[in-house]
Design a binder for this molecule. Structure first.
Ligand code: SF4
Length: 308
């Protein structure tokens, strides 16, 4: 992945892992509050990569002791290679937000965790700076989720985040990412997810199909539930920062079009991840940014859709 360091401190195995805030994702700064991720989604390549890069064998909280030394970035995304509300991260996330929100940073969060009440209240106070919280639930099937996302809370608990964020007046969407072919993209399942988003008051849905390579692809191949799914990963395709195995464009396009129709019928917004759908960035079929571009446009923070 492209990296230009905003704050970069060298990593030492003898000292705590420093916080790194890097400008990269979708014209956004980004940081991880842990190296590695205890949610341990079997399809995830990013958490392992970051853990190896930072020299840890298990999810390890970063050290925020130098945070006061760094300027607050204008925007921040939590988190590219971990989950801000995984057990090892949640306290740090609250501390980081308590530091940055009063300094004006606009924050976007993607999570499959549960947002603690204290942090919900903090987000509510600074709701005008919360670009959005995207709650990650791709499927309501508890067995699928337990096998593919073994460390994550059950879908019902994750979805309650949406209720709580709506009640606190914080912008929230539902994230269907990754969609796994044959498992998550059957029309009835997509319709159920669109119903959940609408019923709970989410602003919209962000979706993207799975991409895989290396260890994550090998884990998927070993999982019996994904025996058919991995057969659909036939495309060695461009993604932001490199190449990955993914689903052929016609199937992606068909599912995204179905979701666009489902969301439109329910008065919801719809976008897809441009980093994992590079070929669709230049078409005008879908908004190809994971960011809440409607929020940004409304505030003049970004005149038009950012390129991932
Ligand atoms: S929660 Fe996110 S970062 Fe953590 S393992 Fe799952 S996909 Fe990876």
């Amino acid at each position: 992945m492209r990296e230009r360091k905003f704050v970069d401190t060298s990593v030492s195995r003898r000292s705590p892992l420093p916080i790194e805030i890097q400008p990269r994702y979708c014209v956004n700064h980004a940081t991880d509050l842990t190296a590695g991720c205890s949610f341990a989604c079997i399809y995830c390549p990013f958490a392992d990569l970051n853990a190896r890069r930072r020299g840890v064998r298990r999810p390890t909280a970063v050290d925020l002791s130098t945070l006061d030394d760094h300027p607050a970035p204008p925007t921040l995304f939590l988190s590219p290679a971990s989950d801000a509300f995984a057990p090892q991260a949640a306290d740090n996330t609250h501390r980081l937000l308590s530091h940055l929100l009063p300094r004006g940073t606009v924050v976007g969060i993607v999570t499959k965790g549960i947002i603690p009440d204290e942090t919900l209240s903090l987000l509510a106070v600074y709701r005008e700076q919360i670009e959005g919280v995207a709650v990650g639930v791709t499927n309501l099937d508890d067995e699928r989720n337990a096998r593919l996302e073994p460390g994550c809370p059950p879908a019902a608990l994750r979805l309650r985040n949406i209720d709580c964020l709506v009640a606190h007046g914080v912008a929230v969407g539902l994230r269907l990412d990754p969609l796994i072919p044959e498992v998550d993209d059957v029309p009835e399942s997509l319709e159920r997810m669109a119903d959940e988003a609408a019923r709970r008051g989410a602003l919209g849905i962000t979706a993207s199909y799975v991409i895989a390579w290396g260890r994550s692809l090998r884990r998927m191949r070993r999982e019996p539930l994904l025996a058919k799914a991995v057969g659909w990963l036939t495309e060695h395709m461009p993604v932001e920062g490199g190449m990955a195995w993914g689903v052929a464009l016609p199937r992606r396009r068909e599912t995204y079009s179905r979701l666009a129709a489902l969301t439109q019928a329910r008065g919801l917004k719809f976008n897809i991840c441009g980093c994992k759908n590079v070929e669709l960035r230049t078409s005008d079929e879908f908004r190809t940014s994971c960011r809440n571009t409607w929020f940004l446009d409304d505030r003049g923070l970004r005149a038009s859709e950012p390129e991932c």
